[in-house]
Ligand binder design. Sequence first.
Ligand code: PLP
Length: 521
Amino acid sequence: MDIYLDANATTPVLPVAAQAALAAMAEDFGNPSSVHSTGLKARALIDGVRERARRIVGAGAGRLLFTSGATEGIQTAVLSALSAVRSRADLAGARWLLYGATEHKAVPEALRHWNALLGLGLEVRAIPVDTQGRHDLAFLREHAPGAGLVCTMAANNETGVVSDLAGIAAALENVAAFWMVDCVQALGKLPLALAATRIDYAPFSGHKLYAPKGIGLLYVRADAPFTPLMAGGGQEDSLRSGTENMAGIAGLGAVLAALEDGGTFRNHAELSAFRLQLLDALREALPGLVLNAPLETTLPTTLNFAVPGLPSRLLQDLFDAGGVRVSGGSACSAAKAAPSFVLQAMQLPDWQAAGAVRLSIGPAADAVMVREACARIRACGEALRRHGPQHGALCEDPGALDATLSGDCRSVLGEQLADFLAHQPGLVVVDVREPYEHALPLPDQFSGLEVHAVPMNCLASAAPAWVASGRPLLFFCRSGGRSRQAAQALAAMGHEQSWTLAGGLALLPQPASAVDPALYV
Ligand code: PLP
């Protein structure tokens, strides 16, 4: 059973939102542009969700349009602002486009893209942040008068650092530049009253708050310029053409209703208490843990930390083995091993930027989930203490298997595992993950089997005996990469009964009884 602590990357869809989305696909499936009753029903749904969203973000007289997500909202805002910069006399002297150094990549990339496409030739410059991730307001005050657009975020997705929007607004006083605030991580976590601010554009994303992926919102201040990203049938008052994503809008509407009605989401104090519980468990499990951003100025749902001597990837794999899903930073850059640019911008030491782990809960988190998460975090700490890298390899004769050995191995899919196991008498199952991962409980599917824990760098010593015994072997690891290598090497050594679990433990189906939706939020 998963404990999902990566809510800043995405969240599960709230059951009421899934039901609403399903109803919008199967029953109330009308096109809101149709004038018959089926269409009118769809129109009423859209109007209702928009009204609710307007209240929640405090849109006042501003416009609020549905988008496919924040990346589209950001493009639309940047295109709108830059088109105006090109034509407006009061912005003729603009020299640069400013963005916070810790912005989501969608922001600087959109600035560069539209700046080039519109032929503006402005300099795209990062506003530095201090060691706490807050914008350098002196830099902003100095450079804002020469800016065409200033982009900042309400809260950072990696660190949870909450921006000083009042300070930024003060620095932008009497400045002609437009101001976009990425509000993705703020929805449901911070109070919003957009029309009461000087903010011109504010993108939101549904999947960061329990709505489906592919639906978002863009707030546009009443007198801010607007250029549609998509022209066509004139939907969304011609602000965004294309038939509306009714399932997404219905799902988002259900989430927003839950937000307004209360009961589903925790308040700031409750979330802060959950975060402290998690931090206590982490500090116990990982002595020496250092926070990468202070609690006082971060969202109560986010913890970003590093542990001296323990690489980020090791910690992520350890937590994964312990049934706790965390990330090393933003999900978009998780596949790249590079240190976090956000933490580098905060001038944190290299080991902290390279060793960062992010743990984030959503506002629907509950006490049962947090308690279970803490228990698992402590179990991870115990596994690390007893079997961590400081203990070295467990084999007497460490030596990697010859990497050039790559015979054809056979693979078993997770969903075929039960059937496979039933037909392999004498099977030896080999867990090729690291010793600290072995030390954590295995999924139920492996109970009663002969499981050998043999990390990759110990396989060379164990392999000859396996070849001699001729017993069938099933290798597994976390994602299927290492186990395939191991099974291929054994096959190349002449072992004919060598299998890999394709996709590793990650793709192993969970028994239905183990799925408790409460633990996912
Ligand atoms: N801005 C921030 C702060 C984010 O966290 C994300 C999502 O990772 C985005 C923008 C992009 O959002 P979307 O996935 O809706 O395009």
